[in-house]
Ligand binder design. Structure first.
Ligand SMILES: Nc1ncnc2c1ncn2[C@@H]1O[C@H](COP(=O)(O)OP(=O)(O)O[C@H]2O[C@H](CO)[C@@H](O)[C@H](O)[C@H]2O)[C@@H](O)[C@H]1O
Length: 484
C-alpha cells in the first residue's frame, strides 16, 4: 500500500515540535505492515541540503506566482517529494516565522502552493507511482484535501491528522479568489470559517477520516473548552474521528546508544544514569546536591502551562530541589524564567532556545520531567522521559492522562505506576504534585521502582502503527467517503 504523507515538518530535516517527530517516525514504523510512505515536504534550506541525489518530477513556471519544481529524493531513510520553490521556502527564519518570530505574511500562499502540489501528486502527477491514500497533517497541509474534494477527477481516500487544534491557519477571505478553488468551496462544507478562510477547518470537512493524537483529546475537542471554535464541526463529524496515541522513535531516543549523552545506560544500570545527572548539573552550572532535579523541555507557552511552572519554581527551591528549563516561546514567559534563574542562581538554570542535543542530555540526567500543560493532544516529552528513566509529572489532560500511570498507593503497590498526574491543571495542582514528588523522592526504593517501571513502558509505535495500518485498510476497503 502506498501512502502520500503531507506535512510541513519532518524529523530530522525540519522540526519545530512534535509534528516533525511523528511524521518522521511513523513511516518507518508502518514499513513492517507492508505500507510504503512517501512524504511531501516544503523545500526549506535544511531539507534541500539533506537531500542526496534528486530527480525532478514536475516543473511549474508559476506556482502561485513562483517558479517551482517537485523533486523526488531520499534523506535519513525517508522517501521524499520536495516542493523546491525558493521564493516561498528559501528564506531566513523558521518554517512559518521570520527571525523575529512573526508569521510570514504570505503563509496563506506558501501553504496553499504546498498543498496544491500535494493534491497533484495524489491525482497521479508522478509517472508509475500513485498513492492509495493521502494523509495530511495539521493546517499547513490540510488544503490538499480540499483541492481533492472539489476536483472533478477521481478521488483517493483522504485522512487528516490533527496534532493541535489550536493552530488553524485562518486567513482573510479576500485571498479566496487566489486559491484556485471553485466558488462552492467558500461555504460551510469548504473553507469558509467565521467569514474568513480556515485551512484546518476546510481540511476537517474534506477528510474522510480525521485522526487526533489520543482518544482523550478526541473526546475533549467535542467541548467548547478544548474545541477552539471547532467543537460544532467536531461533534457533527463525531463518527469519523479516531484518537490514536503517538509512539516514539526508539532508535533516536535510546539511552543505551544516544550519541548526545555522555554515559550510556539502561534500566539495569541506574548508576550509569547518575553520571549523566552529574554531567548535566555541571553543564548548566548548578551544584550537585542531593535534592531532586526537575526539568522541562518545552515550548514556553500558555498551552504548555509554562507560566504556571515559572510561578511555582519557588516551591522547588524551598524543597531543596533544582530546576532546569530548556525552551523558547512567549516573551513574557521567557522573561519570567530568566527572572527566576536570576533570583535562584544556585537552584535554577534556564536556557532560552531550541537545542536538540541538550534536550537529550536533560532527559538522561534530570530526576523528573514537568509537563504542566493546560491541554495536550498527546505529548511526546513525557514519553521520552519514560524511556530515559526521568519520572514524568504531568497535568491530567489529553494524551498525558493516557500515557502516564499515577503513583497512587494502589498503583505503586501493584508496581504499575510510572509518574505523577495532577489535577486541577493550575498552580495549586502543580504545587501539590511537586510536594508529592519530593515525598516520593525521599522514599528512595519507591522512586527507583517508579523510574524503572517507566523505563519498561512500551512507548514505541508498535501498537499505534498497527492501528494506523488497520485504519488505512478500512478506508480502502469501505466506501466511507462521506465528504463527497
Ligand atoms: N527548546 C527545545 N529544544 C529542543 N527540543 C525541544 C524544545 N522544545 C520542544 N522540544 C521538542 O519538541 C517536541 C515537542 O513535542 P510535543 O509532542 O511535546 O509538543 P508539540 O506541542 O510540539 O506537539 C503537538 O503535536 C504532537 C505530535 O502529535 C503532540 O504530541 C502534542 O500534544 C501537540 O501539541 C519534543 O520532541 C520536544 O523534545
Amino acid at each position: 500500500m502506498n501512502i502520500l504523507s503531507v506535512a510541513a515538518e519532518i524529523y530530522p530535516l525540519v522540526k519545530t515540535g512534535g509534528l516533525a517527530d511523528v511524521t518522521g517516525s511513523l513511516p518507518k514504523a508502518l514499513k513492517s505492515y507492508g505500507i510504503q510512505t512517501h512524504s511531501i515536504v516544503p523545500g526549506y534550506p535544511g531539507v534541500m541540503e539533506a537531500l542526496g541525489e534528486t530527480s525532478p518530477i514536475a516543473r511549474y513556471d508559476s506556482l502561485f506566482g513562483e517558479p517551482a519544481t517537485i523533486v523526488a529524493g531520499q534523506a535519513a531513510g525517508l522517501d521524499l517529494f520536495v516542493l523546491d520553490a525558493p521564493g516561498f521556502f528559501n528564506r531566513p527564519g523558521g518554517p512559518y516565522t521570520d527571525g523575529h518570530g512573526h508569521d510570514f505574511p504570505d503563509n496563506w500562499k506558501r501553504f496553499a502552493a504546498f498543498a496544491f502540489a500535494a493534491s497533484q501528486i495524489a491525482h497521479g502527477l508522478i509517472p508509475n507511482w500513485r498513492p492509495d491514500i493521502i494523509h495530511a497533517h495539521d493546517w499547513h497541509s490540510a488544503l490538499s484535501l480540499v483541492y481533492l474534494k472539489f476536483s472533478s477527477r477521481p478521488a483517493i481516500p483522504r485522512i487528516l491528522t490533527v496534532h493541535n487544534l489550536a493552530f488553524q491557519g485562518q486567513f482573510a477571505a479576500h485571498h479566496f479568489s487566489e486559491l484556485g478553488l471553485p466558488d462552492e468551496a467558500y461555504s460551510i462544507d469548504g473553507v469558509e470559517y467565521y467569514g474568513d478562510i480556515g485551512y484546518l477547518k476546510g481540511g476537517l470537512q474534506a477528510a474522510d477520516v480525521i485522526t487526533v493524537v489520543s482518544p482523550t483529546y478526541a473526546r475533549e475537542i467535542m467541548t467548547p473548552a478544548f474545541g477552539m471554535g471547532l467543537e460544532g464541526l467536531m461533534n457533527a463529524r463525531h463518527d469519523d474521528i479516531v484518537g490514536i496515541v503517538n509512539g516514539i522513535d526508539m532508535e533516536v531516543w535510546d539511552p543505551s546508544t544516544d550519541p548526545h549523552i555522555d554515559h550510556h545506560y539502561s534500566a539495569r544500570t541506574p548508576m550509569r544514569r547518575l553520571l549523566n545527572r552529574c554531567a548535566l548539573l555541571d553543564l548548566v552550572g548548578l551544584p550537585n546536591t542531593s535534592g531532586p532535579v526537575f526539568a522541562s523541555v518545552n515550548r514556553l507557552t500558555w498551552q504548555k502551562g509554562m507560566d504556571l511552572l515559572a510561578g511555582t519554581a519557588d516551591e522547588i527551591v524551598a524543597g531543596g530541589g533544582k530546576l532546569i528549563v530548556l525552551g523558547q516561546g512567549e516573551p513574557d514567559i521567557e522573561h519570567a524564567f530568566m527572572e527566576v534563574a536570576r533570583r535562584f542562581p544556585q537552584s535554577v538554570a534556564v536556557k532560552i532556545g531550541y537545542d536538540e542535543p541538550l534536550a537529550h542530555r536533560i532527559h538522561a540526567g534530570a530526576d523528573a520531567m514537568l509537563v504542566p500543560s493546560r491541554f495536550e493532544p498527546c505529548g511526546l516529552t513525557q514519553l521520552y522521559a519514560l524511556r530515559y528513566g526521568c519520572v514524568p509529572i504531568v497535568a491530567r489532560t489529553g494524551g498525558l492522562s493516557e500515557t502516564i500511570i499515577d503513583a497512587n498507593e494502589a498503583a505503586l503497590h501493584a508496581h504499575a505506576a510510572t509518574g505523577i498526574q495532577f489535577s486541577p491543571g493550575d498552580a495549586s495542582g502543580l504545587r501539590h504534585a511537586l510536594r508529592r514528588a519530593f515525598k516520593l523522592f525521599r522514599r528512595h526504593r519507591v522512586w527507583e521502582r517508579l523510574r524503572r517501571q517507566g523505563m519498561k513502558t512500551d512507548c514505541s509505535w508498535h501498537r499505534s502503527a498497527a492501528t494506523y495500518a488497520e485504519l488505512y485498510e478500512e478506508v480502502l476497503a469501505t466506501d466511507i467517503r462521506l465528504a463527497g
